[in-house]
Design a protein. Sequence first.
Lengths: 338, 328
Amino acid sequence: MSNLPVLSVKNLKTGFQTESGMLLAVDDLSFDLFKGKTLGIVGESGCGKSVTSLSIMRLVPQPNGKILSGSIEFNGKNLLDLPLNQMRKIRGNQISMIFQEPMTSLNPVFSIGNQIKEVIQLHQNLSKAEAQNKAIELLKLVGIPAPEKRINDFPYQLSGGMRQRIMIAMAIACDPDVLIADEPTTALDVTIQAQILDLLRNLQSTLGMSLVLITHDLGVVAEMADDVMVMYAGQAVEYSSVKELFSNPSHPYTQGLLRSVPRISYGAIQSADKSKKRLETIPGIVPHLLNLPKGCRFQDRCQIAQDVCKKDDIPFEKLSVNSTHQTRCLFKGKGNNS
Amino acid sequence: MSEEILLSVKNLEKKFPIKGGLFSREVGAVQAVSSVSFDIKKGETLGLVGESGCGKSTLGRSILRLIEPTAGEIIFKGHSLTQMRKQDLRKLRRHMQIIFQDPYASLNPRMTVEEILSEPLDVHKVCNSKDEKLKKIYNLLDLCGLRKESVSKFPHEFSGGQRQRICIARALAVSPDFIVCDEPVSALDVSIQAQIVNLLQDLQKELRLTYLFIAHDLKVVEHISDRVAVMYLGKIVEMASAQELYHSPKHPYTQALLSAVPNLDPEHKATRIVLKGDPPSPLSPPKGCHFNPRCPIAKANCLESYPVLRNMGSHDSKVGHQASCHYA
């Protein structure tokens, strides 16, 4: 593994023009993705995690959405400076993406073979027959039974899990360096989710891809990711290795998230004291992006907030000089009295 | 929790006919729910888990006769719902309510919160005067953690979690005994989920409510339920107290389901039973045990006969642990 990141996002700002002003969906976001590693991006709906991935692909909805500033370096090139025809060569070829809804991201009027071959023929100089063979190979790789027959199926003939496999086959058709998976298992049942996560992990180790895994499920992150970035209201609030994050969460929001997920105790909790047990919650709701409080964006829901939290923007700082663990909290998640 | 049985479901069945061909004759049927039986005691929460398409929502709705069951019997507070005339049923509906999954789709966008909460009160003639009604509405809002000012607002002015609170307030308006919670938290964010789960638990304690809690999230179900039933392809395959079911699941499907839940601890990656394939179509369930094509321990007789739900001889025989597997 080299120490140069494959993908390096710096000070990214993406906004949407709305009637009541510019809405900053992603505000000053920076992160690195290393070769063969998985970066998990966690956050609740509206925190900007999907807009981040769309920004990397330069697929932010036009004309209202716009990347305002920052840079996205991929193998040393700034993607934001590339002309569109070159971006098109990278998209789906070197960086590809899997979307949340396998039901709606496939075209219902083309066979799945057609849709996979489209990617291959667009980016690689292959004949029709070669593309056909490659498509069958890909279907085999993602675990579709009887791929020679299935290749002529239409999306409606496949189950949700199979459709997601087709999406993955399309995404890895050109051996991408970076695969962005935006909530790849959210629409699926747990047993199917386990299959898809297994598949992604195997493909990653055989193909050496880097993976950006966007999800709201902390369990998925714990299983898949090497590094994690937690987002809140458009900003990164914590960044660390997955082990650090779960053992030493240093932002009150991360701590709250971890506490509010019920854990399967496998019967360890006696049913008698269960009625007394309550889930810990994060009070309140996410502030509206057009009406953010001054200072820390989490202050209204935070248990350790002080007056200083309401003054200025909170810097995103390392826990210590040598640490890679960063947090956007003045108190590093620790209350003054604790 | 008392021993009094509030709701008793016996051999409930629901078939959806499939029509096709000339004169749209019936060409087949989807067996969405087949011979499901269980009791719910007063004040208890029965969790119902299963994957999409296993029939858990159909079951929940059939119990309230929002979908007419094809066969079987439902006894609620000593009344047989399945035999009842529509107008009598409507009166009894006051005592059983439902909360739906999607708080965005289950509130009329053109009604204010006051109108939404008034409707059940008017239908069942709960209040005698306007003042009494308004007082009742304020009470409900307070109970569900919403502000008084909300009465004149429209659903679009609320977040998902707040909307689900309105749905809960609406269900509580007629002071029911029994509430079917059909995936009440799956559309919500994690931090909001916890708020709603706590609210449901508090209300249960305060108002002595009985829940049928339908969900696909095994973590939430363990947290809130006293007993849990696992469904697969229209049938209950295992039922036990929550503690027992999560501690020693007997049915291979339950075992696989539990092992498939991502673990929150990155240091301990549990060994996982990954099931092959997808759930079969309820249109043509496999012969014998419905789970046999995906089952890691299936043997010859699993392809022949469907295993009946039998007692597992658990140490806690009062609650009972049932599973339908030849080899459990």
